[in-house]
Design a protein around this ligand. Sequence first.
Ligand SMILES: Nc1ncnc2c1ncn2[C@@H]1O[C@H](COP(=O)(O)OP(=O)(O)O)[C@@H](O)[C@H]1O
Ligand SMILES: [Mg+2]
Length: 242
Amino acid sequence: MLPIVEVENVFKSFGSTRVLEDVSFSVSKGSVVAIIGRSGSGKSTALRCIDRLEIVDSGRIRVAEHEVTSSGLDLHQLRRDVGIVFQSYNLFPHLTVEENIMLAPRLVQKTRRSAARESAMQVLTQVGLADKATCYPSQLSGGQQQRVAIARSLAMAPQLMLFDEVTSALDPQLTGEVLRVMEGLATDGMTMILVTHEMAFARKVADEIIFMHQGRVWERGPAEILDAPATAELRDFIGNGL
Ligand SMILES: Nc1ncnc2c1ncn2[C@@H]1O[C@H](COP(=O)(O)OP(=O)(O)O)[C@@H](O)[C@H]1O
Ligand SMILES: [Mg+2]
């Protein structure tokens, strides 16, 4: 089967700093890929290139039917099909949970109010927050706000979800509730690429682990690569308190 994401020979520099160097990987539909690696190894940049938040210098990226690196890309269609969640939740403080979730479907997809509300309740149920629909973000914990941010992405019915260290700002207890939501999505068959420091979670949920080092895909494979690293760099990374 054709992979839903293909990244081929991508190079990216910021000024004279080379951040991605000949990065290639693919993701098959319904699978979970975890990207791990030290700070500064290019993990976020790789995700951002997939959602065209950054433009590659060379190489090719395809997501479903979208040629991300082509000048003919329909950016709106791409963003509709790809959900991205960051460490910061970026919810609108003056809107309720439900209104935050309904905003993009209403504005971008021109969904009718009643249908948008119905799908908001559906995704809120999915993240276990149906009872918080009329709350404001400030009334929620960090973990709950992050779950709302995930629900907001899900409301667009994406084909692919990207998660960039979504639990890094949360304490361990709140981290667990967010990871459980992500695990549920994986079980339901959502295709996901996640950058994470939660190694136990990566082991449990990921079909494939990609270890990035100095802008390169240094090692990749099933979770077992963490038990028997082929390179000193991955061994060091795992050894350093992870
Ligand atoms: N917009 C930018 N402008 C300049 N340098 C950047 C920018 N974004 C990232 N970088 C640099 O690119 C490198 C990789 O960053 P990043 O992809 O965020 O790594 P990671 O997510 O693995 O920590 C770092 O050296 C970072 O400072
Ligand atoms: Mg990062």
